[in-house]
Write a protein that binds this ligand. Structure first.
Ligand SMILES: NC(=O)c1ccc[n+]([C@@H]2O[C@H](COP(=O)([O-])OP(=O)(O)OC[C@H]3O[C@@H](n4cnc5c(N)ncnc54)[C@H](O)[C@@H]3O)[C@@H](O)[C@H]2O)c1
Length: 356
């Protein structure tokens, strides 16, 4: 087991990465307090609730809230159900919420913990690769509104993050690959050595070999921890984590959130953003080819589907939060391992769309 500390404005918390951690009572006991509400979704509860419940055996007052799975469940209505479950448990200020699931459960349970009695303890136990390397670390919580994703939320740092890599064995292949896209992102924006290691280990990672997987998660969490420590509230460096996301979000919106997993859209977005970097002579020739090659070896598509209208994608990109003064600002790479935020001419973006 590896322990990675995450420093933030309010202190520090550990991220544990290892095998069999869900059932390891000692790790849980160190971080639990008061009454405990475990929050999960139906799929994850079916696989792992029993294992976790055995480890929480010493907690006299505990309750489980299981929600249906899916992004469309990340709602204020379900958030309210979690608050009501805390009330029914007679949870006090010392109570703990445990989020057992992917990013949907982590964000929603985290937001319930942030709001209940103005903030109680949350332990994140992420079970998707995306949640392990990204969503569970950094303290962003929230829910969606019909008007948009993550429109309501709060920063609420966890007391601990417990990553049991064994849980990835049951993860659907597409969700797994989508998580790998976010792993590649850390290498691309700030860690060239990690990117080169991913190139060496692509076969092992595509096959989910445990040693490679554990190291990929540890190095991703380490990168995320450093970004969060430097810029918890996204005033600077944390914005670079949006590499590939402006293109990706536009693609997700244009396809009604039906066709792509988030990470799949981000992979196409990273490919486009790297091409853009070459087009503006920011990155050396060959950088985009290197990026595409790694993504493809990890089973990720890097092509823009031919039924997508570039002008519609451009319109959607104009709505992005990072834009200023009507320019489209994109996270680009100067080389693999170094990212910058740059305003981009719309005509150049059109050219990049034509190129893939
Ligand atoms: N807070 C943040 O910083 C942050 C960062 C990135 C993404 N997010 C959020 O994360 C969410 C996406 O997270 P996600 O991709 O984990 O999706 P998810 O939580 O919907 O999980 C995907 C699917 O996998 C299933 N699943 C989860 N773990 C499993 C396992 N071990 N075995 C089998 N099935 C399993 C779930 O039931 C679900 O059906 C989005 O809502 C996004 O906004 C938050």
């Amino acid at each position: 087991m590896k322990v990675i500390p995450v420093r933030h404005g309010g202190g520090e918390y550990p991220v544990y990465v290892g095998k069999g951690l869900l059932a390891m009572q000692g790790t849980w006991d160190r971080h639990l307090s008061g009454r405990v509400l475990v929050v999960s979704d139906e799929t994850v509860a079916g696989h792992y609730l029993e294992r976790l419940d055995a480890a929480l055996g010493s907690v006299a007052h505990r309750k489980v809230a299981v929600l249906p799975d899916g992004e469309d469940q990340k709602t204020l209505a379900n958030w309210q159900k979690l608050i009501e479950a805390l009330v029914a448990l007679a949870a006090q200020r010392d109570a703990t919420v445990v989020a057992l699931g992917g990013g949907v459960i982590g964000d929603m349970a985290g937001f319930a913990a942030a709001a209940y009695m103005r903030g109680i303890r949350i332990i994140q136990a992420p079970t998707t690769l995306l949640a392990q390397v990204d969503a569970a670390v950094g303290g962003k919580t929230g829910v969606n509104l019909p008007a948009g994703k993550n429109l309501v939320g709060a920063f609420h740092a966890p007391a601990a993050v417990i990553i049991d890599v064994d849980t990835l064995a049951t993860l659907d292949e597409r969700d797994y690959r989508a998580g790998l896209a976010e792993v590649v992102k850390y290498g691309a924006i700030r860690d060239e050595t990690f990117f080169a290691w991913l190139e060496q280990q692509a076969g092992a990672l595509a096959a989910r070999l445990p040693d490679a997987l554990m190291e990929a998660i540890e190095r991703s969490v380490q990168n995320k921890a450093e970004v969060v420590a430097a810029d918890e509230r996204e005033a600077g460096e944390r914005a670079l984590l949006n590499f590939g996301h402006t293109f990706g979000h536009a693609l997700e919106t244009a396809t009604g959130y039906q066709r792509y997993r988030h990470g799949e859209a981000v992979a196409i977005g990273m490919s486009l953003a790297t091409r853009m970097s070459e087009l503006l002579s920011l990155a050396p020739t060959g950088t985009a080819e290197r990026m595409d090659h790694l993504l493809q070896r990890l089973g990720l598509d890097t092509t823009l589907p031919s039924d997508q209208d570039p002008e519609r994608l451009l319109d959607l990109m104009r709505l992005d939060k990072k834009n200023m003064d009507d320019q489209i600002r994109l996270v680009l790479v100067e080389k693999i391992g170094r990212a910058v935020l740059r305003p981009c001419p719309v005509d150049d973006i059109r050219e990049v769309f034509r190129s893939i």
